[in-house]
Write a protein that binds this ligand. Sequence first.
Ligand code: ZN
Length: 293
Amino acid sequence: MRAEAVLDARCGLGEGPVWDEREGRLYFVDIMACRVLRWDPATGALERMDTGEPVGAAALREEGGLVCALESGFAVADAFGGRLRRLAAHEGAAPDVRMNDGKCDPAGRFWAGTMAYDFRPGAGALYRLDPDGTVTRMLDGVTISNGLDWTSDGAVMYYIDTPRAAVEAFDFDAGRGTISGRRTVVKIPEGAGLPDGMTLDAEGRIWVALWGGGAVRCYSPEGKLEEVIEVPAPQTTSCCFGGADFGELYITSARGGLSEAALAEAPLSGAVFVARPGVRGRAARRFGRRAGG
Ligand code: ZN
């Protein structure tokens, strides 16, 4: 299966797609351009929200607006394009560390991790932002904090620290927001690229974007390869399900760092792509949703 470009966004580092089922619009970020983008597939309208500093991820809020993982820490805006209010810096924020991928858990907490600009091993961490504004450091020794998602029953959290070339799983306590029992579920083979962002479908299969691999791969929860979607952009960064029936897999990509020759070969690098793999996704969890509600 091959994904088709739907939006030639020319992102330097397009990342973090989130489908808003209330609006029927796709949100994503262009990290180093300091921008959250919002795209309406029905009209083709593309809007930009400047964040003033690199933005690793954005998630929807239950009450509307966004929560963002900025270079220096967490911030919220009451509406797309509205003023960003800083909540908290990530602890021990080094000047050369920025926040990266993030997502909301089933109880409405926002999780996002960090990485050093020079990819220094172990310089990053994973943080949890609670709806009351409290920030908790959940994992240390992370290098490039990336893709995460939770199973529908809230029992498992998947996580990617990119250089580990694996998708890992934790037992998740949704009530307390804690993780334990770290294990590897998927090992990405050499030559396939490195795992970046990911999403789960409604049946719990794992869809993982492969940086340097020009593909999204689907694995069963047991780690069996079930599908490969080719993406005509080698730096495939992340994916989410969306569309009216959650049957469309939206895929982001990056142009930054590619040579002239690579760009000539993959001129759509930085675009948003779509595939219809014949399965459905789920609505994104929103920040601030009450536990059990
Ligand atoms: Zn990423």
